[in-house]
Design a protein around this ligand. Structure first.
Ligand SMILES: Cc1ncc(COP(=O)(O)O)c(C=O)c1O
Length: 485
């Protein structure tokens, strides 16, 4: 018998401990510290105690998880975790992940993972229908939105640069140029750097007063590059920018891409899945005109990390970019089953689709529609509340769920201090933002657990802070903690 399996008793004990841990975690969430102060001694001990030659067993392991790992982890599932764009996992996530680890399917070619292949396809086909892509679309689940954009841009190279697979960019030809906005996520720059385009060939197009790409400026930049002998190649538009949630004018950008024969990738990592809400379909119109789109089920479908997605409207182009023959991997084609190794750079791949599919099965799509709609409503409530507080100013309109504001007259350090105070007193974890050169605070309600009560509690505290600051303004107005100490 292998030493690496559990006995019947150990399995029962591991099950008991796991169930108890998950149950306690859920019950303790409301009172949990959203961002616990790390216990440096305990964490340092993780390094000092070397990996043991003799194992500590199931109980020893669970003790360690409970005394060291859990207390030193951010409480992402807390209802007032509103920093960055990070959704708390949905309720069946842990169970689906446990099953995926148990069956450990390799989602490379279908013989090794027949059910997984169909589950991934079913998730991708559903996501394509949410976006409004045609039946020709194909896709792949990725490690996140950044990887989806990288993989999309690699597909665009393969499609638009003749001979790209054979000779890459290693021959003399005018340099390629990619266009995105000044508000785009840095994953676009990163992809351009990794793919050999070079940051000096990424044009960061100016935005309008609502932080959306300025299409006139885009056209002018393309014309200028053509006149200079460069090769305009790809536009990355954003459906939900990371700072303010603004949505680029996707239809107008798609028109430019058609006219100019450029690949259009839509970065929908943050905003794309708001297409689940009927009312967002019009403002996000044009998303389906992209040649490709990235989505992040680990944000708005509240799948546990990692679950990103790339969809390509003409799926044959995705396959053309990634399928390679190899003598040691011979698989019979089957119309039902897909070899996902032919749709992305990875060979060995885990079963990401199971956690996404399981939640859709268990809760149904309507539950996700109402969760995303609720986050939009709560963000608007927070935005309205902030507008109503003297001494606070919204930095941008609330388009999706990002609410960006400043404390009037506060320096960057003071805004940072505000974030620290709110986290330390457990009011909320918010994040920093820089908009039009102004440093401020950003709450992103990408959280299915957040309630109106949470929003009101945050507003009440911000009102207190603004009042205190107003009365102290002549003295410099330092932020006080919750006890007024
Ligand atoms: C607009 C946008 N694009 C890309 C990303 C990167 O996504 P990921 O963290 O899944 O790689 C984010 C992350 O917040 C984002 O907001």
């Amino acid at each position: 018998m292998s030493e690496l399996v559990l006995t019947d008793e150990e399995r029962a004990r591991a099950g008991e401990r796991l169930v108890a841990l998950l149950d306690r975690y859920e019950r303790d969430l409301p009172g949990a510290q959203v961002l616990p102060e790390p216990d440096r001694d305990r964490l340092a001990a993780l390094l000092a105690d070397s990996v043991p030659d003799k194992g500590i067993g199931v109980d020893g392991l669970f003790d360690r998880l409970e005394d060291t790992i859990l207390p030193n982890s951010a409480t992402v599932a807390h209802s007032r975790f509103l920093a960055y764009v990070l959704g708390p996992p949905n309720g069946v996530a842990a169970y689906a992940e446990a099953v995926a680890a148990t069956i450990n399917q390799n989602c490379n070619f279908w013989q090794l993972s027949p059910a997984a292949s169909v589950v991934e396809r079913s998730v991708l086909e559903w996501l394509a229908s949410v976006v409004g892509f045609p039946a020709t679309a194909k896709g792949i689940l990725t490690g996140g939105g950044s990887l989806a954009t990288l993989q999309a841009m690699a597909t665009a190279l393969d499609d638009r640069v003749p001979g790209f697979r054979e000779t890459g960019l290693q021959r003399s030809a005018p340099p390629l140029v990619v266009y995105t906005s000044v508000e785009a996520h840095r994953s676009v720059d990163k992809a351009a750097a990794i793919l050999g385009i070079g940051l000096d060939h990424v044009r960061h197009i100016a935005t309008d007063e609502h932080h959306r790409m300025d299409v006139t400026a885009l056209t002018a930049a393309i014309d200028a590059d053509r006149a200079a002998g460069l090769r305009p190649w790809c536009v990355v538009a954003t459906c939900g920018t990371v700072a303010t949630g603004s949505v680029d004018p996707l239809d107008a950008i798609a028109d430019v891409c058609v006219e100019q024969d450029l690949w259009l990738h839509v970065d929908g990592a943050y905003g794309g899945l708001f297409l689940l809400c009927e009312e967002m379909r019009e403002p996000m119109g044009g998303a389906a005109r992209g040649d490709s789109i990235s989505l992040d089920p680990h944000k708005l479908l509240f799948a546990p990390l990692e679950a990103g997605c790339l969809l390509v409207r003409d799926g044959a182009k995705l396959r053309a970019a990634y399928a390679f023959d190899s003598s040691y991997l011979t698989v019979a084609e089957d119309p039902l089953l897909t070899d996902y190794m032919d749709y992305g750079p990875q060979l060995s791949r885990n079963f990401k689709a199971l956690k996404v599919w399981s939640a859709l099965q268990a809760f149904g799509v309507d539950a996700f529609r109402s969760a995303t709609r609720r986050t939009l409503e709560l963000a608007r409530r927070l935005g309205r509340g902030i507008e109503a507080i003297d001494g606070l100013t919204l930095l941008a309109p609330v388009t999706l769920t990002a609410v960006c504001f400043v404390v009037d007259g506060a320096s960057q350090d003071e805004q940072t201090e505000l974030l620290e105070t709110l986290a330390a007193e457990n009011t909320a974890l918010l994040g920093p933002v820089l908009i039009d050169g102004r440093h401020g605070v950003r709450a992103c309600v990408t959280n299915h657990r957040t309630t109106a009560r949470d929003v009101d509690l945050i507003l009440a505290r911000l009102r207190e802070i603004a009042i205190d600051r107003g009365s102290l303004s002549s003295g410099g107005g330092e932020f006080q903690d919750v006890d007024g100490a």
